[in-house]
Design a protein around this ligand. Sequence first.
Ligand code: LR7
Ligand code: MN
Length: 590
Amino acid sequence: WTSSEESPESLSLKRREVITAPGSADQLRFQIRAPFPQWPAISSVSADPSCPSGYHSPDELKPHFVRPVEDPDGPGADGREFIPDKMSPAEITEKEEGLSKNFFNQFASDRISVHRSLGNDTRHPECVEQKFLRCPRLPDTSVIIVFHNEAWSTLLRTVYSVLHTSPAVLLREIILVDDASTQDHLKSPLELHMQALKIVQVLRQKERKGLVPARLLGAQEAKGEVLTFLDSHCECFSGWLEPLLSQLLQQPTAVVSPVIVVIDSNTLKFTKPHPSIPTRSRGNFDWGLSFGWENIPDPERLKRKDETYPVKTPTFAGGLFSIFKNFFEHIGRYDDQMEIWGGENIEMSFRVWMCGGQLLVVPCSVVGHIFRSRTPHTFPKGLETIVRNQVRVAEVWMDDYKNVFYRRNKKAASIALNNTYGDISARLELREELQCKNFSWYLKNVYPEAFLPELAPALFGSLKNVGSNTCLDIGEKKPLRKAVILYLCHGMGGNQHFEYTSRQELRHNTALQLCLHATIAPEPVRIELCNYRGGSTVPAPQQQWSLKLLSPQCCLLECEVFKKCLTVEGGKAVMKNCNPADKYQHWTFS
Ligand code: LR7
Ligand code: MN
């Protein structure tokens, strides 16, 4: 088989045969041509006459298998939730301490075996039946886990789950990279424990720099053909590794992620996959540059012949993925000036697609991750660090679309304006050197479903009510169908960012497409999904506003179907008869 840049699909059409066909190594010998001139061909996948017959199996001999003393069938077995008996006052204190340190239930985690069983393999039958030839063998991998002040039980459970689910020949090593943790259990006790496991090494970053520099350190030391990154609070489900490696073998310029299932941060329950429910989600981003999940759109979903087929995804969560080490180096590793946490997942997503790679979710690979609602990490230079990382993404990769982000995040706009995001010349050179496509190519070809805000809206900013001196604000995390609120003007964009569009809507569109929706008083004016969302529909009349200019800064906001104007009354936004003399009907954009 030959993989060529012109038809990356041609190989994948035969993929079931490649990975499941019995037969001699000779019949299956194949070579992967370098997809880029600068990138050396991978030769190690050609057949080795002495290599063993048969298929990879999780039961394959594990020379490094070490059984921890804890019972895999103890509390939490089969991925079940941990339900404590009556808790003593001391236990309640312990639980609270664990929560405040980690923002997950360390108390529960500490009482579950570090190699708890996840029970039988509940993946889709097409995944369970899939077989992977041992010859020619799959590439081997280094698993790199970076951590900062991770709890002992979650970190060890991550390590043991890798050891117990990965066929030994495919697991070259596990590299733990400590991002300058301060907790004692992560110092010599960790080193001693890991030394006993032989194939696990601990690297230390002397200074706290964040997850990107830590992963780069791990990658530099890694000896495997493939790099596999995991967060420090994961559990691998059976059969997770082979589908990732096999997909890379077929598409060596892919970056592949498992399906990431939830380990509940309170009960530690592992959400096992359901055999008859196909994969539903892929990654996306919003115009605040946050990562999010969405349903796989129909055209992509229908292209999949069965559950073993990968899903193209516009972005990835960033924490759990595999990539050929030489492709990682070719495609520009990471932006090494990104600090602490945030932004690198979107950066890598844009870069991989724009510079000739692809981002795939492999549904037969399942890994659990403890999702938590808040970050427990300290930010030595403040939360601005995240915005600075995002500005680096926007400046390097987003062309004119960076302004769509800056309009929504005033902090980002000021970092960009004052040029305090550091030197990006090396990243711009990389973009040049790899002859990457531009951002509109990415939007058009990789994420055609993306909502594109107007590049140059007529009016935008926060909408201040002159009479009450407050600003329109979408309020909560889930503002849909809720009353718009009036809040102290903060001038940061965010929840107070509105744009007046060429279709006369007043939009807040960072993640969802939300529109200001007129109502009949006394019902307060609401936030609704915009009726016009591309295609042929038109805005609902309640979502069409005409501006009756009073000054260059703005106006009365009239909804023509009601012939009424947006008014602040009793701290609420309501529709009333228009009266240009009423200051509570005057609005300014700023
Ligand atoms: O300063 C730090 N140093 C670190 O080493 C901060 C964090 N870390 C480590 C940390 O111990 C953990 O192993 O970095 C890893 C990620 O940090 P988390 O787990 O506290 O945050 P998270 O799960 O929200 O991280 C998600 O977003 C990050 C943005 O920078 C990274 O992309 C993470 O890889 C990503 N995690 C995932 O993709 C797992 C799936 C969750 C989702 C969505
Ligand atoms: Mn995490």
